[in-house]
Design a protein around this ligand. Structure first.
Ligand code: PDD
Length: 287
């Protein structure tokens, strides 16, 4: 069955959705995006994603195309029209289609932003088998641009990273810069030592994960110690546990890094507990 998607003010069957070939998202990756997960037919941490979207747009001198309430209405409408119980809503805003290719930003009064939203159904997102097994990662050099805090649609290097991992028989890649892990290709990276959770501090070098913020808050509330500092692949390989977070993986254990087992080589108790707390608490607050 065809999905109903949202494009510039209209709800349409996906086959009828059209974007101009002059769209700056297509020509220049001049756009930002958000991915909000859906559990029990409800949006997880919508406000966090809306706030980060506004920040990403502001950093690129783009005005929000609509209010937060209007955005929420479209998210809910798509979840409902497509009958999504578990899955995600993808949102993309680009600087629009000025009608010619030009490096100079178009006048926003003449070229409105392009706004696209669609859903993806992912049954088993919360309670599928992956979290019980954990994932294996490889390390790769971080060759992305210097403003990784802006959630832009230029995802070619992360995509190449996933393919490098796949080729190496792993599930994902952790990127390394100047000897320290920045983050995963589409997630934030953590290690666990005893009762302490270590993750890189926020800066322009990583995306400010919405799941990261929630998980660190829940960890502190559960009397765990949170250290925001750099760590290396070697330190991660000798940690008790490792995990990643994102809107689509929640808290996902990492059981192997560059072929070396982390801890026992199986998902550890801290990651499992954090996943449980995250899912419980997020569902309670879902809208
Ligand atoms: N990716 N770091 C990067 C580079 C990411 O692309 C993402 C999210 C995260 C985690 O952010 P959050 O917790 O807000 O989802 C960290 C999304 C899921 C994606 O590109 O599909």
């Amino acid at each position: 069955m065809s999905r109903i998607v949202y494009v510039n003010g209209e709800y349409l069957p996906e086959e009828e959705a059209r974007i101009s070939i002059f769209d700056r998202g297509f020509l220049m990756a001049d756009g930002v995006y958000e991915v909000t997960s859906v559990l029990d037919g409800k949006l997880i941490d919508f406000e966090g994603h809306a706030i980060r979207l506004e920040r990403s747009l502001d950093e690129l001198d783009m005005a929000p195309p609509m209010s937060r309430d209007e955005l929420l209405t479209i998210h809910r409408e798509l979840v409902s029209r497509n009958g999504i119980e578990e899955g995600l809503v993808y949102l993309q805003v680009t600087r629009g289609a000025p009608g010619d290719r030009d490096f100079v930003f178009p006048d926003p009064d003449e070229t409105p932003a392009t706004v696209v939203l669609f859903t993806q159904s992912k049954p088993g997102l919360a309670h599928g088998p992956a979290a019980g097994k954990g994932i294996r990662v490889i390390s790769i050099e971080d060759q992305r641009w210097g403003r990784r805090d802006i959630k832009t649609v230029q995802l070619l290097y992360p995509s190449m990273g996933k393919m490098m991992a796949k080729k190496a028989g792993a599930d994902d890649a952790w990127m390394v810069e100047d000897g320290f892990v920045t983050e995963g290709t589409s997630n934030n990276a953590y290690i666990v030592k005893g009762n302490t959770i270590v993750t890189r501090a926020l800066s322009n070098e990583i995306l400010h994960g919405i799941t990261r913020a929630a998980v660190l808050r829940f960890a502190s509330e559960a009397q765990m110690v949170v250290e925001e500092r750099n760590f290396s692949i070697e330190e991660a390989q000798s940690a008790d546990e490792a995990f990643i977070t994102s809107a689509t993986t929640f808290v996902m254990p990492v059981v192997e890094i560059d072929g070396a087992p982390v801890g026992t080589g199986t998902p550890g108790p801290v990651s499992a507990r954090l996943r449980e707390i995250y899912l419980d608490e997020s569902l309670k607050a879902a809208i």
